[in-house]
Design a protein around this ligand. Sequence first.
Ligand SMILES: *[C@@H]1O[C@H](CO)[C@@H](O)[C@H](O)[C@H]1NC(C)=O
Ligand SMILES: *[C@@H]1O[C@H](CO)[C@@H](O)[C@H](O)[C@H]1NC(C)=O
Ligand SMILES: *[C@@H]1O[C@H](CO)[C@@H](O)[C@H](O)[C@H]1NC(C)=O
Ligand SMILES: *[C@@H]1O[C@H](CO)[C@@H](O)[C@H](O)[C@H]1NC(C)=O
Ligand SMILES: *[C@@H]1O[C@H](CO)[C@@H](O)[C@H](O)[C@H]1NC(C)=O
Ligand SMILES: *[C@@H]1O[C@H](CO)[C@@H](O)[C@H](O)[C@H]1NC(C)=O
Ligand SMILES: *[C@@H]1O[C@H](CO)[C@@H](O)[C@H](O)[C@H]1NC(C)=O
Ligand SMILES: *[C@@H]1O[C@H](CO)[C@@H](O)[C@H](O)[C@H]1NC(C)=O
Length: 541
Amino acid sequence: MAKTSALLLVSAMLAVLAPVNGLWPQPRNLTTGSSALKLSGGFEISIASSLYNAPQDLQQAISRSHGFLQTDKLERLVVGRGDVDKPALTKAKTLSQLTVSLDKGATVQSITAEAQKPIEERDEGYVLDVPADGSGATLTANSTLGLFRGLTTFGQLWYQSDSTTYTIEAPIHIVDSPAYPYRGYMLDTARNYFPVTDIKRAIDGMSWVKINQFHWHVVDSQSFPLEVPGFEELAQKGAYASSMVYTAQDVQDIVEYAGARGIDVLVEIDTPGHTSAISKSHPEHIACAESTPWASFANEPPAGQLRLASNATAEFTANLLVAVSKLFPSSMIKTQASLNATGLNFTQALTAFTQQSHNALIKAGKTPVVWEEMILSFNVTLAPEVIALVWISSDDVKGVAESGHKLIHAASDYFYLDCGGGGWVGANPDGNSWCDPFKTWQYSYSFDPVANLTADEAKLVLGGQHLLWTEQTGPSNLDPITWPRAASSAELFWTGPGLNISTVLPRLHDLSFRFQQRGIQTIPLQPLWCALRPGVCDLTA
Ligand SMILES: *[C@@H]1O[C@H](CO)[C@@H](O)[C@H](O)[C@H]1NC(C)=O
Ligand SMILES: *[C@@H]1O[C@H](CO)[C@@H](O)[C@H](O)[C@H]1NC(C)=O
Ligand SMILES: *[C@@H]1O[C@H](CO)[C@@H](O)[C@H](O)[C@H]1NC(C)=O
Ligand SMILES: *[C@@H]1O[C@H](CO)[C@@H](O)[C@H](O)[C@H]1NC(C)=O
Ligand SMILES: *[C@@H]1O[C@H](CO)[C@@H](O)[C@H](O)[C@H]1NC(C)=O
Ligand SMILES: *[C@@H]1O[C@H](CO)[C@@H](O)[C@H](O)[C@H]1NC(C)=O
Ligand SMILES: *[C@@H]1O[C@H](CO)[C@@H](O)[C@H](O)[C@H]1NC(C)=O
Ligand SMILES: *[C@@H]1O[C@H](CO)[C@@H](O)[C@H](O)[C@H]1NC(C)=O
């Protein structure tokens, strides 16, 4: 008896000193106890009989979750690692089952179908209960997407010590749902090409932190790797190589892979700027293609943009965007990129151009998403449903909100992953990245999504995302430049702002090591010495 209380006391002390759970993002409502609980050797995740018609992607998600329980083998981040918990585990109860079910009245749809719903109609909430006495754990939700989020959480509850998989925090009760509906990650596959396997690995990482939107910046000035039905010549002539093309089959593969992991794909076709690659197949539509010196025409080489004033070009663009939108089931499509006025009567031309392409997309059932300049710099008249991505600076959020458009946070001063890498333009040894410095996870995490906004303006905020422009990134450094930093916005927009960075860090270490166990090469955030001693390396510790 005395010995048991001593053990309890030890684990209670550890609970205060150490990160005893590796949940990321932090659930919005979490209660934990301090009992140890082991998974039985034959642990099963079963689908309730009421869900007899469980969609295939849910069944596959369950089997992946089960697999991770066996392969994560993550030792707790404390001095002594998994050995520390051995005494507590000798008397621990054993959990042999998690039962997954939908609430009464919920309609059964695939995770994919739920994930591809319009952004504000997705139901990602779930309730997870893990009793301490060994009786069955339960996961319930109103949608398969909610069940998927709950399975992701369940997979993060466990540690390994020798061959035992366990938690020391039972009982666990979680009621969770996201603070913001949009939590994204943008990848540019035009500056450098990424094979489908790399994109899928990025999608895996996104799904583990409950990111629900993959913003695929698929083409740009440098290359046009997307095969578009009816416009095949664009990739044939505009891709870096015939081996560096995303075929329609690849796109379907990526969209399905993402959908099954609770992620919708928002495709972006840059227009009217950033279109030099189109000149390879359609020189008639591009002005100043590869003109030099490039710096007189564009922010980076090569120069070239769509001929705004040409009716034929506007029509070509509208048709292209509609053809692209048919490849992607998402309700959204991203159209405009940064572009720079060249002096002609630009607003007029751009307004006509934008209205033609947006009208075509809206008619095709899509919501256009634009970069902020369309609102702040060019005073283009946009349909009210158009969503704006704020990228130049967080200082611009207020102005975009004042326009009344819904907005997504993507400000370079908080969320650009490529900043701080030095200059890449050649013959320029003193060059630097334009958005210095490197954005640390904690800097991104400190962002306030509603700073300076009125209560009504705050309602326009859909969420936010990290972004990776790939001038200096390829498959070889995709993982380390992205992870675990991109997880910081994933938690900020799921859990909401205001958590204490000091107490958050141990969980992020844990997540980062779990990513490594699952094959994603994250960067260390600190020396391991610090990771094992929460708080000890804080600035004022
Ligand atoms: C969390 O639970 C508490 C107590 O049960 C409740 O008052 C609160 O509204 C819940 N918060 C959320 C975000 O569900
Ligand atoms: C399902 O929806 C009902 C009605 O809105 C709600 O009361 C319940 O909490 C939801 N269940 C979950 C698990 O989110
Ligand atoms: C372009 O379209 C506008 C409006 O549809 C029309 O008035 C104009 O004549 C067209 N110009 C050319 C060169 O076809
Ligand atoms: C547009 O071009 C001008 C002149 O080249 C430059 O000063 C300005 O920063 C550019 N604006 C943007 C948004 O790129
Ligand atoms: C563009 O043309 C319109 C219509 O002729 C005119 O009202 C507007 O002032 C012009 N804008 C610029 C920047 O010259
Ligand atoms: C933007 O355009 C509207 C009309 O289309 C006009 O009323 C307004 O003054 C313009 N704003 C700026 C800053 O040019
Ligand atoms: C909020 O407003 C203050 C004062 O105008 C300004 O210094 C700050 O940069 C603004 N913050 C954001 C995120 O817009
Ligand atoms: C954050 O947590 C640390 C460690 O518990 C504590 O020392 C610090 O005062 C907290 N900071 C704030 C702003 O609450």
